[in-house]
Write a protein that binds this ligand. Structure first.
Ligand SMILES: Nc1ncnc2c1ncn2[C@@H]1O[C@H](COP(=O)(O)OP(=O)(O)O)[C@@H](O)[C@H]1O
Ligand SMILES: [Mg+2]
Length: 379
């Protein structure tokens, strides 16, 4: 392999992308911070670093890179990164994409001094399952193949974004296996045995990697590689609970199934894993105490939502999903009330409307929402 020439700061590519600085030089690519001059927006410019010395092979490699880029540009998912452009600079293929602010999960894990609790990791895991499900259900399926912490960025709104498709493979039409789009090899601890052995990979290979990523996030240690696990007399993959007491048996069981050495012993699809993997400690587990008065919380149905309620202080305990459900419902009711006010043709500032608050019938739903919003801060 021969190295391509580095792009220099201040170079303008294709009349619109300015190269600002090199951020990372990986084994096969270089990643630069760039700027879209026309739109005045930061962008990421990714350049292939290793090229085949043979001209014909290099051309083929460049063509493959751009085929992959076009494929990725068609994908739309909140946990993916948007690909904007692809072209070649002096025969070297380049990809331009959205710049995601934040740090990758490897940086997040190494800079955070404490362990992450299971519920945080499970929230992240379900986001990744969502995007894997999207990719695996494309026709033909898109297999990431390089799922590992450094390829996932945690953005400021706590969304995970998959940024590296350097190893992405596209199942060939006959479904007989996969074909390399850009050549490369996954990182050991996160790669399934079939991936480490360069044999046929499919959606289940990504499921293995995700299991390994979850294990890593819970323990802050890279799991033993799949070849290591095969040769050891007893499997060196240990229950993350030994290191992190917040890990539940259900999570460990799901990780073990995801990280089964044989693909046919793993769950078949990301949606199957989503059913298997807990979604975090449920507020309705019936075991939680009110932090205000230390009473056992009682599960009640409220406006179609199961909530934990304190019998003593009346405090409500909701998770984010329940809260946004109720908020949406409140918004709809507000709109309906506005509609109603219009039908009876009273201006919004009419005293009769102003008086509604004091003189109207009790409105349990509103007080519920208000109570709920008050409690939110103390959760
Ligand atoms: N779109 C992006 N936005 C922000 N940072 C990115 C983006 N793409 C890559 N990076 C950063 O650059 C690093 C290397 O990029 P990556 O695409 O993983 O290249 P490589 O093929 O060398 O692994 C990532 O770990 C991430 O920190
Ligand atoms: Mg990478």
């Amino acid at each position: 392999m021969t190295k391509s020439a580095e792009l220099l700061p201040n170079t303008i590519l294709e009349n619109r992308y300015e190269v600002r600085k090199l951020i990372v030089a990986g084994s096969s690519t270089r990643v630069y911070l760039g700027h879209h001059v026309g739109l005045d927006q930061p962008v990421i410019i990714k350049q292939l670093r290793e090229l085949y010395p043979d001209r014909r092979q290099a051309e083929e490699q460049s063509e493959q890179f751009q085929v992959e880029a076009r494929l990725l540009a068609k994908l739309r998912h909140p946990n993916l990164v948007q690909v904007y452009d692809t072209f070649s600079v002096e025969g070297v293929p380049v990809l331009v994409m959205e710049m995601v602010p934040g740090r990758n999960l490897e940086q997040v894990v190494t800079t955070e001094k404490d362990l992450f609790c299971e519920s945080t990791v499970l929230k992240w895991a379900h986001q990744l399952l969502d995007v894997l499900n999207y990719l695996h259900t494309r026709v033909p399926p898109v297999i990431v193949r390089g799922l590992q912490p450094s390829n996932i960025i945690l953005d400021p709104s706590q969304q995970l974004r998959l940024v590296d498709f350097g190893l992405a493979k596209n199942m060939d039409e006959k479904g007989s296996g996969t074909r390399n789009i850009v050549k490369g090899l996954g990182e050991d601890g996160f790669a399934s045995l079939e991936q480490n052995a360069y044999t046929k990979t499919d959606a289940r290979s990504d499921i293995y990697s995700l299991g390994a990523v979850i294990h890593y996030l819970l323990t802050k240690e890279t799991p033993p590689s799949s070849p290591q696990r095969v040769v050891a007399p007893t499997d060196p993959l240990v229950n993350p609970q030994e290191k992190n007491p917040t890990v539940s048996p259900a999570t460990w069981s799901a990780i073990q199934q995801m990280m089964a050495i044989r693909p046919n012993e793993r769950p078949n699809s990301a949606s199957e894993v989503a059913r298997l993997l807990p979604r975090g400690p449920s507020p309705t587990a019936g075991k939680r105490l009110c932090v205000n008065c230390h009473e056992l919380l009682k599960v009640e149905q409220m406006e179609g939502v199961e909530v934990d309620i304190c019998q003593k202080c009346g405090g409500l305990w909701l998770d984010e999903g329940e809260l946004s459900f109720l908020r949406r419902k409140a918004e709809t009711m507000e709109l309906q009330a506005e509609e109603l006010a219009k039908t009876i043709a009273l201006p919004a500032d009419h005293p009769a409307i102003q008086n509604l608050d004091e003189n109207g019938p009790p409105r349990p739903f509103w007080s519920t929402v208000l109570e709920m919003l008050k409690m939110r801060g103390t959760k």
